[in-house]
Write a protein that binds this ligand. Structure first.
Ligand SMILES: Cc1cc2nc3c(=O)[nH]c(=O)nc-3n(C[C@H](O)[C@H](O)[C@H](O)COP(=O)(O)OP(=O)(O)OC[C@H]3O[C@@H](n4cnc5c(N)ncnc54)[C@H](O)[C@@H]3O)c2cc1C
Ligand SMILES: NC(=O)c1ccc[n+]([C@@H]2O[C@H](COP(=O)([O-])OP(=O)(O)OC[C@H]3O[C@@H](n4cnc5c(N)ncnc54)[C@H](O)[C@@H]3O)[C@@H](O)[C@H]2O)c1
Length: 474
């Protein structure tokens, strides 16, 4: 039957992570006929191996350190039935912890699949690939292939851990982050190769869980590309907590020798541990997708090029998430998936402003940021002034014995409009939202300062920083 413009729109989504899930849900809500092809589980790597289990593991690490924090505030812990003050020891049963994390992830994946099905989305278990700009195939296993007509296709296939040929993971002692959740026992000595966000988060978590940790950083400091003051705070905390941080050290090879792993650095020195986590970046899952045949353009690294409404070089094909050349965050994947479908189906699509994306690094303390960065301001890419307010001056922080961290605010010279900020604090992920709102809504430092912050509260540090920038408008 000939297709008539205005017929029910066939939307096919390949990949059910944050990008694909949101695209499918939005499509169903807008009345499209939606098919989602997913090969592993709805929720994607974000739910099954990346965000959900890692943040749940970090919650365990935080719980493990609470007794020590309480002691610093003067809480005495007594041996049962005595007045003897003891320093409590703790042990992590990693097998039990991991089973809980995987179950949490599995359940969330099932809940998300159920939500999609309730909205009328057809979920196809299989591996999707583009046939052309109006047709998608799903390999269902056993040689079976299903084909779908697509008025619009959204490709949201994510990425997988990068592996170095000289440091191949064996799933037992040399691991990618997706393999950590099968460990039964806490690594005695975990060597983390790569000090980007993934490496820093796991190094912090495993140190708090009780492992000896060595972090191998190829740059001169951890968290390259992040706010320098923030990275300095984290590195100081890591060192204070007994982590070994090797900077300007590139891992050339990682090999297993019995129950040990040996990491050889580029200067020839070796580091020996019980386990090694490879956190050296990700590769987009775009090989074999039929992109070239469909004339979808990619970058040299295989990321799909998209514009601000997530459209690719082919107007009927959109792409969202880690397989694109945008910022690899679950929140961005979500926004791209939604925006793509709004745009394709003729609803009001807001082009995505990457500058306004709030992000957080779940180390301890956390680092949250939004907007322009200090280095961009210093390079003259944005006109702004910078104010840094140390948390140790904040009354609530003093009460809670928080000594590390700060709130940093960036405001446009003259107008005083908030253009960015960084928060380094426990739960910085919760504190960044007022700054994200200020950046999105172009609030001035005076408007932020005039809002009431609860006294005493850590958000008071945000209004105090905004107040300190008041003179800008003068
Ligand atoms: C350790 C770690 C922690 C992270 N923590 C955070 C965090 O705290 N906050 C945050 O915002 N971001 C975080 N991220 C980033 C986040 O995980 C990604 O940005 C997010 O998963 C991207 O979503 P996506 O939909 O693009 O891809 P994914 O979540 O990877 O989903 C893609 C899906 O596509 C499927 N697929 C692939 N190819 C095909 C095919 N051909 N056919 C059918 N299905 C296919 C896969 O099975 C997968 O289910 C973290 C990343 C890592 C590695
Ligand atoms: N909390 C979060 O939101 C969160 C958490 C994890 C990841 N992510 C997302 O994933 C993205 C990627 O982060 P990532 O840390 O996985 O990858 P990355 O590419 O940012 O970092 C990998 C690091 O490994 C280093 N490296 C590579 N080879 C090495 C070697 N042989 N020896 C030593 N170091 C080596 C690189 O120089 C780099 O600094 C982030 O930008 C972020 O968007 C987000």
């Amino acid at each position: 039957m000939a297709y008539e413009f205005g017929d029910r729109h066939d939307l096919v989504v390949i990949g059910g992570g944050p990008g694909g899930y949101e695209a499918a849900l939005t499509g169903a809500q807008l009345g499209a006929n939606v098919t989602l092809i997913e090969r592993n589980g709805v929720g994607g790597s974000a739910v099954l191996t990346d965000v959900v289990p890692s943040k749940a593991l970090i919650a365990v690490a935080e719980a493990a350190t609470q007794a020590a924090n309480a002691q610093r505030l003067g809480v005495e812990i007594l041996a049962p039935g005595t007045d003897e003050v003891i320093t409590p020891d703790y042990r992590i049963d990693l097998g039990t912890v991991n089973r809980r994390l995987l179950e949490l992830a599995r359940q969330q994946s099932l809940d998300m699949a159920a939500t999609l099905e309730k909205q009328g989305v057809r979920i196809v278990e299989g591996t999707g690939r583009l046939l052309n700009h109006h047709a998608v195939a799903a390999d269902l296993g056993n040689g079976e292939v299903a084909e779908f007509h697509a008025d619009t296709t959204v490709v949201s296939v994510g990425a997988h851990p990068r592996k170095l040929p000289s440091a191949m993971p064996d799933g037992e002692r040399i691991l990618t982050w997706t393999q950590l959740y099968h460990l039964e026992q806490l690594p005695e000595h975990l060597i983390v190769v790569g000090s980007g966000v993934t490496g820093a988060e796991f190094a912090s978590a495993f140190r708090h869980l009780g492992s000896e940790v060595t972090l191998i950083s190829s740059r001169d400091r951890v968290l390259p590309g992040q706010d320098e003051d923030a990275a300095r705070v984290i590195e100081e905390v890591f060192l204070r907590e007994g982590m070994h941080v090797l900077s300007k050290s590139r891992a050339e090879s990682v090999v297993r020798e019995g129950d040990e792993v040996v990491v050889t650095l580029s200067d020839g020195t070796t580091v020996v541990g019980s386990h090694c986590l490879m956190a050296v970046g990700s590769i987009p899952n775009t090989a074999g997708l039929g992109l070239e045949g469909a004339r979808v353009q990619t970058t040299a690294n295989g990321h799909i090029k998209v514009n601000r409404v997530a459209r690719t070089s082919v107007p009927e094909i959109y792409a969202a998430g880690d397989c694109t050349d945008f910022f690899p965050l679950a929140s961005v994947a979500n926004m791209q998936g939604r925006t793509a479908v709004y745009h394709a189906l003729g609803d009001a699509a807001q082009p995505i402003k990457l500058r306004n994306v709030a992000s957080n690094i779940f180390t301890s303390p956390e680092i949250a940021s939004v907007g322009w960065t200090q280095s961009q301001i210093e390079e003259g890419l944005a006109q702004g002034v910078i104010y840094k307010y140390p948390l140790e001056e904040n009354p609530r922080a003093k009460m809670q014995n928080i000594t590390d961290g700060f709130v940093k605010l960036f405001a446009r010279t003259q107008s005083g409009t908030v253009i960015g900020g960084v928060v380094v604090a426990p739960k910085a992920s919760e504190l960044i939202f007022p700054l994200a709102l200020a950046v999105e809504q172009r609030l001035t430092v005076d408007q932020v300062a005039n809002a009431f912050a609860v006294y005493p509260s850590l958000t008071g540090a945000i209004t105090d920083a905004a107040r300190a920038l008041h003179m800008l408008k003068g």
